[in-house]
Design a protein around this ligand. Structure first.
Ligand SMILES: Nc1ncnc2c1ncn2[C@@H]1O[C@H](COP(=O)(O)OP(=O)(O)OP(=O)(O)O)[C@@H](O)[C@H]1O
Length: 277
């Protein structure tokens, strides 16, 4: 008998939330940002609309990211954001959906409980959790039941998960709080030090996405115009950054990600290490 209960998979990320509905595919991909009235706590916008408000809100509106480093940082906003995204994906329904949510591999039991509780309050019937590297492996077409080892490096917004998986489970893993957000911050501080200019996190992210392609690194002709505020006279200013600037800016956080990979390789059992090799 066909069931009326929907099954959803949710990637509840620091930077973005994706919702997959069984039988329909990915139906939603929006930034994990919530804008609310600072005085009443009322939610004013969620997702793409709220992201446009980041760094631009008047005093009475705050636009925040309820997830930080892959886990819930602001419980109430996360719950409201989840409820909004679930309803946007499948509409309002009396039959609560079953939900599976991706979580970082080194999440604590308390952090897991917070996700389960937020999901239930947001309208889920049963909630299952899956470690992000396993979900990433399945999503990229790897047969995770294979006894041969595979290494997954999942660089998200708040966390990078490096894991070696074999026979359907994680053999060894390392999760670090250095990922896309940290790369944006590295670009912001580089621009500040080199050009005496302040830029916001959205501009930093635009620079990263436009100029961080390794194939472009040597291309000194590729320039990216950015605007911000001068630290010297407080006036608006513009500069042109190159892929080489981005390479210099990102060197330290990228090295930390590489070190996490070394750590995992170092702890990988020899038989599986030979599969990776
Ligand atoms: N083309 C690109 N080049 C470089 N970085 C990108 C690109 N596209 C997206 N990003 C970055 O990827 C990050 C978001 O990745 P993703 O959506 O996997 O994170 P998340 O699942 O929300 O985070 P987490 O797994 O930490 O909870 C952001 O920092 C974003 O700037």
């Amino acid at each position: 008998m066909a069931t009326l209960r929907r099954s959803l998979a949710i990637d509840l990320g620091t930077a973005s939330v994706l919702v997959y509905v069984k039988g329909r595919g990915v139906v939603l991909n929006e930034p994990s940002v919530v804008a609310m009235d600072a005085f009443t706590g009322k939610i004013l916008a969620v997702g793409s609309k709220a992201k446009k408000m980041l760094g631009r809100t008047p005093g009475n509106i705050i636009a925040t990211r309820p997830m930080k480093d892959g886990v819930i940082a602001d419980y109430n906003s996360t719950e409201k954001m989840l409820k909004y995204f679930i309803e946007k994906s499948i509409g309002k329904s009396l039959i609560r959906p079953d939900v599976i949510i991706c979580v970082p591999s080194q999440i604590t039991p308390v952090q897991k409980r917070a996700v389960l509780q937020a999901s239930r309050k947001a309208g889920a019937n049963r909630t299952y959790l899956i470690e992000e590297p396993l979900a990433a492996a399945i999503g990229s077409g790897i047969d995770i039941s294979d006894p041969g080892g595979h290494m997954i490096i999942d660089i998200g917004g708040g966390t990078t998960d490096v894991a070696v998986i074999a026979m359907g489970s994680i053999v060894i893993n390392k999760s670090i709080n250095i990922a896309g957000d940290e790369l944006d911050e590295a670009i912001m501080s580089y621009i500040k030090n080199k050009y005496n200019m302040l830029i916001g996190e959205r501009t930093a992210e635009d620079i990263k996405i436009s100029l961080s392609d390794v194939e472009d690194i040597q291309n000194t002709d590729k320039l990216f115009e950015i605007r911000g505020r001068s630290l010297i006279n407080g006036l608006p200013m513009q500069v042109f950054v190159t892929p080489l600037d981005v390479l210099e800016a990102l060197e330290s956080p990228i090295n930390e990600i590489i070190n996490a990979c070394y750590y995992v390789l170092d702890k990988t059992p020899p038989e599986i290490a030979s599969d990776l090799f």
